[in-house]
Design a protein around this ligand. Structure first.
Ligand SMILES: O=C(O)c1ccccc1N[C@@H]1O[C@H](COP(=O)(O)O)[C@@H](O)[C@H]1O
Length: 211
């Protein structure tokens, strides 16, 4: 696996999953959040999951789900990673890890340096921190970038990822400026909300791997 990790998020067809895998994505993201144009039902997600080969990790993105629906989603979809993209607490993620033993990521809308103080409380609990633009119409998946300069004062103490408005045209600069070990893109790879472009997926992965 190349050093640069890439997550292509919000996929909903076998064709786009295959394209992302072929282009070098290390992670595929499914959204299970009804307000999102990328929402997948449990049945659709379980069906699509079969198109992800071993060696490529499936990340299930959820937003502040209650315990029982979350458990149902995990049992149906069998993700490799859970991405918590709402106001989930460190205590809650610790409990999920203890009960299920699954890799957990916590996202943060990066507003200012105080976000790093909050992120520190997830040290030793989450497996990766994901910095995104602050919530807008949706908690994530808004296609908005944040000021990458904010990461100048970030001293990584655990694995992390960069998200928010990444696309084929800006991902190389984003990696060069921030040193992000994992880049994550969703709406910047679409022709309309929820519809991914194979050409954009390929161009994104190519640019990220060459950065
Ligand atoms: O993509 C969504 O619809 C979504 C909905 C709710 C929470 C998170 C969501 N997506 C995540 O948001 C970031 C950034 O996405 P974008 O590239 O700016 O569109 C990414 O981690 C997605 O997984």
């Amino acid at each position: 696996m190349p050093d640069q990790l890439i997550k292509i998020c919000g996929l909903s067809t076998p064709e786009t999953i295959n394209a992302a895998v072929e282009a070098g994505a290390s992670h595929i993201g499914f959204i299970h959040f009804e307000k999102s144009p990328r929402h997948l039902s449990l049945d659709d997600a379980a069906r699509l999951r079969r198109h992800i080969p071993s060696g490529v990790k499936l990340v299930l993105v959820t937003v502040a789900m209650q315990p029982e629906p979350l458990e149902r989603a995990i049992n149906a979809i069998k993700p490799d990673v859970l991405q918590f993209h709402g106001g989930e607490t460190a205590q809650w993620i610790k409990l999920v890890k203890q009960m299920i033993g699954i890799e957990c990521w916590k996202s943060f809308g990066l507003r200012d340096k105080d976000t790093f103080v909050e992120a520190k409380t997830f040290d030793g609990i989450a497996d990766r921190l994901l910095f995104d633009a602050p919530a807008h119409e949706l908690p994530g998946g808004n296609g908005l970038a944040f000021q990458w300069d904010l990461l100048d004062s970030w001293e990584p103490f655990m694995p992390w990822a960069l998200a928010g408005g990444l696309n084929p045209d800006n991902v190389a600069e984003a990696i060069q400026r921030t040193g992000a070990p994992l880049v994550d893109a969703s709406s910047g790879l679409e022709t309309e909300p929820g519809v991914k472009s194979i050409e954009k997926i390929e161009a994104f992965c190519k640019a990220a791997l060459a950065a």
